[in-house]
Ligand binder design. Structure first.
Ligand code: KIV
Ligand code: NA
Length: 265
């Protein structure tokens, strides 16, 4: 049986960390699942690391659906979470449902939507019609033009308060997971203390229920200077499988992320 959201909730209840990585194809899916990764994210980061764009903005629903099918065939057990790419969750709840359904048909068990409280009605529309949603807060790369770059969010008190309020509103709207990207560790800790659903951190805090990284970043393949939260696990090991196994062990042990991978205020 494939890992379900209920399995992930049980892991959170017993204090077992959720190890998540991005994945875009069947070969990586097989290696990651065998190395013990609990959940695979078919992220719109594929626009950068697979397609070679300088942002995730050009990625379409068809792209994510295609890669979700590839991943699903390689990993029969892992939980599968797929990104709603740029401009596919903003027009209306109905339009968003239609787009999300494409990803569910491709094999995703949950879709991830970037944004704050303004996305709450859309999330509630999906959740009450059977599509589980992960909300993505903090640094939301699809808003790169508004944010002025891929920068840590919530260092300013007003923005931090807004992100915390957003997390609560998103949980109330029915989101069953919250991904927190690139915020000060103290803010991530506050969010984790205030919401009940599993939290997944990337540049957040070791106190999140789980962690995620872009697989190519932790394998040292990124064309860009890696963000602070990336640990190049491949450099400490001899193979992709060993790098991923080490990542899983370090996440489960609460050793990754370390202080050096987190942001201060
Ligand atoms: O697209 C992606 O890979 C992501 C993670 C970086 C969280 O959304
Ligand atoms: Na993404």
């Amino acid at each position: 049986m494939r890992t379900s959201i209920v399995d992930l909730q049980l892991m959170q209840e017993r204090g077992e960390k959720i190890a998540m990585l991005t994945c875009y194809d069947s070969s990586f899916a097989r290696v990651l699942e065998q190395a013990g990764v609990d959940a695979l994210l078919i992220g719109d980061s594929l626009g950068m690391v697979v397609q070679g764009h300088d942002s995730p903005l050009p990625v379409s629903i068809a792209d994510i659906a295609y890669h979700t099918r590839c991943v699903a065939r390689g990993a029969p057990k892992a939980f599968l979470l797929a990104d709603m790419p740029f401009a596919t969750a903003q027009i209306s709840p109905e339009d968003t449902f239609r787009n999300a359904a494409e990803l569910i048909r491709a094999g995703a068990q949950m879709v991830k939507i970037e944004g704050g409280s303004s996305m709450a009605p859309t999330i509630s529309f999906l959740v009450t019609r059977g599509i589980p949603v992960c909300a993505h807060i903090g640094l939301t790369p699809q808003s790169v033009h508004q944010l002025g770059g891929f920068k840590v969010q919530g260092r300013n008190v007003a923005v931090a308060q807004q992100i915390l309020t957003d997390a609560q509103a998103l949980e109330r709207s029915g989101a069953s997971m919250i991904l927190i990207e690139a915020v000060p560790r103290s803010l991530a800790d506050q969010i984790c203390a205030q919401v009940r659903v599993p939290t997944i951190g990337i540049g957040a805090s070791p106190h999140c229920s789980g962690q995620v990284l872009v697989i190519y970043d932790m394998l040292g393949l990124g064309a860009y200077i890696p963000p602070r939260f990336v640990r190049p696990f491949i450099q400490e090991t001899g193979s992709i499988a060993e790098a991923v196994e080490l990542y899983v062990r370090e996440v489960k042990a609460g050793q990754f992320p370390g202080e050096e991978h987190c942001y201060g205020v």
